[in-house]
Design a protein around this ligand. Structure first.
Ligand SMILES: [Zn+2]
Ligand SMILES: [Zn+2]
Length: 53
């Protein structure tokens, strides 16, 4: 089960979340929960260390 890269929460099917590839390296799938999206928490790519909003 994927976890949110912003807060570490487990992604549940009944929650709205965003999924996209790392804009820097493109090799990691970034998961973000709705809360992190709303509050604009930062995420960090575990592969290349890219930090994005
Ligand atoms: Zn989150
Ligand atoms: Zn990356």
């Amino acid at each position: 089960m994927p976890t949110c890269l912003g807060c570490g929460a487990k992604i549940t099917p009944d929650e709205k979340w965003a999924k996209f590839e790392c804009p820097n390296c493109g090799q990691i799938t970034i998961w973000r929960c709705e809360k992190c999206r709303i509050f604009g928490r930062e995420y960090k790519c575990p592969k290349c260390g890219f930090v994005g909003p």
